[in-house]
Design a protein around this ligand. Sequence first.
Ligand code: ADP
Length: 879
Amino acid sequence: MAQLTPMMQQYVDIKAQHQDAFLFFRLGDFYEMFFDDAIKAAQELEITLTGRGQGEERIPMCGVPYHSADQYMSRLVEKGYKVAICEQVEDPKVAKGVVKREVVKMLTPGTIMEGKMIREKENNYLASFTIFEDESMGIARCDLTTGEGAVTLIQGGQAELIQELSATGAKELVVSKEVNSELLQELERTLAVTISHEEEAELNGRYVHLVKELTQSKLVTTYARLLQYLIRTQKRSLDHLQKVEWYHAEEYMKLDLHSKRNLELVETLREKKKKGSLLSIVDHTVTAMGGRLIKRWIERPLLNESAIEKRHEAVTVFLEDYFAREELRDELRQVYDLERLAGRIAYGNVNARELIQLKKSLQKIPLIEEMVTKLDPSFQERWFHDQAPFEDLIDLLERSIVEDPPISIKDGGMIQEGFHGELDTYRDASVNGKKWIAELERRERQETGIKSLKVGFNKVFGYYLEVTRANRHLLEEGRYERKQTLTNSERFVTPELKEKEALILEAEEKMEQLEYDLFVMIREQVKEYVPHLQSLAHKISEIDVLLGFATVSEKQHYTKPILQPVGDVFIEGGRHPVVESVIPKGEYVANDVKLYPGREMLLITGPNMAGKSTYMRQLALLSVMGQIGCFVPADRAELPIFDQIFTRIGAADDLASGQSTFMVEMLETQYALAKATECSLILLDEIGRGTSTYDGMALAQAIIEYIHDEIGAKTLFSTHYHELTALADQLEHVQNVHVSAVEENGTVVFLHKVIDGQADRSYGIYVAQLAELPRMVTDRAEVLLRELEGQKQPLPNVIERSIQETQPPQLDEVKEPQRQLSLFGEEITAEERKAQQSKAKKLDPREQQVIKKISEADLLNLSPFEVMKLINDCQQQLK
Ligand code: ADP
């Protein structure tokens, strides 16, 4: 490469320090990007790629105007990139040589404060983890917009780490460069996070107060790395960071990433939308803070009985008085996002309009406190005992900021009259000066008799008196001082006018500067209240969430669950909260779930689409709802406090998402089997269907036996392998249930009712009819089915436990019956085959081909869909 110009050399040096970010390099009125940054940014932002320099040495370059750069930067950050903003930090006029430039701020997915990515009802977390020598792992998270920070220490391996990090929902992860790159790739893939590096993990002395309560040095180190990253990238006040909360992961129900996704707790599986998730049903919050809190609660259901009970108690109280509750919610609606306002105040980017929002919110608090306390006097102690007084703050804002200030804080017009003497003097000077000028115009018109005489203003000459050329002769000589001659008029000044002008201009300039200074002073005073505002925000959000629970509980007729740390499941008339909300009112069929000693595992059979998955998820969702403090959709519900919930779905069910393979299904199942305890809930939905029939069945049976014998967790297992229902006779705690369906005039009606006993058939063909497969396919399938049913049992029954105990079944043994299965019977003799073939000879060649195809098909190694396709092909051939 040829010699770089000094400026390009400066660029290259700064870029070397920020290799993982787009470097926006300020050049006059533009931010420019060069080399690979330019090529990539041009693609990502769809802007023109140009070049700097000549010929082969031309450097790729692209740029954006500085005044609209924000949107381009935000777009890159939304895509998961980082942006380093490099400004000129000395005045070009006084600079010797190349103007000095420095990176003044980094924008990253986990640290941005504004823009589309900051959703009202969601936290924007930055997380960090540190792996210590003894293999324990510290995890820290922080939301820069609210200042909230938390840290925990966990044991375990990669799966636990992913689980805990996924619970933070972080957009960006800060780690040491020493962390194994394979692990980072896995995290990037599963959690869709941006990875950033920070080697410094010493706590910066200025922030000691944040970690005072963290008694373990590992926790401090973990948080310090995250903090150091913030200090390095933000380069501005972090005074709003809140005291770091030390949470213990074991105090919350463990929900691994797959279970959380499968249960659609906060977003739907396929579309990743809130609508259709549990969150969308139970979130009736009216403040942004409440919206964020409920999401955190759903992601971390509680395990502590009394903490859960406390939430239930509040819901009970709020539920009792509809009118008081609604009035209270109306008041809460008028409370702005105190937490993020506090963040902006401390961060220094709050404007006067937001300070008015703060004032209005604070003015609501006394009434809210009164209303809450009136509902239950103990709530005074619960939420308001340490309430800081805000009268002085309200008073300050009332006196200082006008009711409807402009958004900009640079153009004046924000500060109340009477707040500051000097400002008032300037304002008077400006107003009086302008009045004086208006009076001058009136007087001079009268005295000179020139009606068109006027006073004007421009930036070059200031104020002047203007007389048209036609009227010039009416002006007595020497009355004014001539300043400028135009084609049709002349402009004059008088010493008095100049004097007033100086006063007015000075006043106006000073006014704007003084308003800005006063605003900054007020903001600094408000900043003192930041910790109190944050604490108030917590209380308000909690009240908001609980009021919302009461609202949905009343609307949807939920009941208070009875929770016991270790106990049985007795649900009467339970409903799936999301499904019941999307189907026509009154059509949901409520179901009981009973799990108790001797009946701890339910083997659920029934036609596809009958409601097996719904039934299983219903139990999990009721448990989550109960453990976050909400009431549950059931007539009566007694539930244990589950320590973990595992939800696994057979791979075939999840094919549409394009992610699941049989291997994933097995890995997930392995994780559940390794981690579940007898206090856990396991939902296994069609596990084993991702492989061939025998394999799948054998695995399913072995898994059921393992959970039964080794874990003892409450388990719901749905399967289309009817043969497995025989397990209920062999395993003490297994009970068959099925979702009922009836046949009416050749069509099947799903009753969605779950009852004891096994299903008698699988109704697959009826589902195919429902899906409007060609009539020929379903008719033919029915004929084939009848034939098959006429044959001997095509699959072996479950393998007797006694056999298994003495002699584990060999795969070959299980596969043995494969030979027996033939469409025309088991073990056909050569003679029989001949007879069949001669019979076939009477058929036309196409029919013969079809028969050949069917008789040679290795059904046991085909998936149901492949069988369907086979039949379809045959039918096409016969047409
Ligand atoms: P399966 O797992 O047996 O294939 P699903 O649980 O997916 O069936 O249920 C299929 C559909 O049936 C659901 O989307 C829902 O519309 C309806 N459904 C399920 N359970 C009920 C119920 N208890 N009451 C009313 N409709 C239900």
